[in-house]
Design a protein around this ligand. Structure first.
Ligand code: FMN
Length: 191
């Protein structure tokens, strides 16, 4: 049997950066986080390392990034900092995205990172199914050497992969035009 409402959800998801409360309640957040655990995961590594940042803690993420960037001698552009403050000012929930690759090295690091990306996609879709919108961002210092550790990830074993913000759009949103897959597809056949 085809679940058309599930497919409608998949086909209508779009990212929204500027969101406000309400965010997901506890039961909805359980569902979003459990959806992350359903991502494909080569070798059952369970590489997903997530951290919740809620309410008044959210805007403080900017201060951490500013501090780490300065300590590393790579200060963030003032314009970038202002944009981040504007973005996070009203966001009710951020999920910090971390990856812990296979400690035994059996599975390529890249594959664990891909599994985290798949987990993020599942969370975006689950949030959308629950009536919220999300936005995955790496803009705020994600690739600074020390940011992950400053946000509580293990400095040796875990990679910080960015921020997933979730909430209710502040402004009305228009449905997004998507590419026609036919423009990006070819068929391969033997010989
Ligand atoms: C790994 C990753 C990092 C991203 N980082 C940013 C970012 O820092 N800033 C930004 O404007 N969009 C970023 N994006 C894009 C948005 O999350 C979003 O996908 C884009 O605005 C298109 O919206 P859509 O998901 O509705 O197609 C990132 C996407 C990915 C997959």
């Amino acid at each position: 049997m085809t679940d058309t409402s599930f497919l409608d959800t998949l086909l209508s998801r779009q990212s929204v950066k500027f969101v406000q409360a309400p965010g997901p309640d506890d039961a909805q957040l359980d569902c979003i986080l459990q959806a992350a655990m359903c991502a494909p995961d080569h070798g059952a590594v369970h590489p997903w390392r997530l951290a919740l940042v809620r309410g008044a803690n959210v805007p403080a993420l900017v201060d951490v990034a500013v501090r780490v960037a300065e300590a590393e001698g790579k200060p963030l552009l003032e314009r970038k900092v202002e944009n981040a403050r504007r973005w996070l000012a009203r966001v009710p929930l951020v999920i910090l995205l971390g990856c812990r690759p296979d400690p035994q090295g059996r599975i390529r690091v890249e594959e664990s990172r891909l599994s985290v990306a798949a987990a993020v996609m599942n969370m975006l879709n689950a949030a959308h199914a629950l009536g919220y919108h999300g936005f995955w961002s790496t803009g705020l210092g994600t690739y600074l050497d020390g940011l992950g550790a400053a946000l509580g990830f293990d400095a040796l074993d875990e990679h910080f992969m960015g921020y997933l913000s979730i909430g209710t759009p502040i402004d009305a949103i228009e449905p997004k035009q998507r590419p026609d897959y036919r423009t990006l597809l070819r068929e391969w056949s033997a010989g």
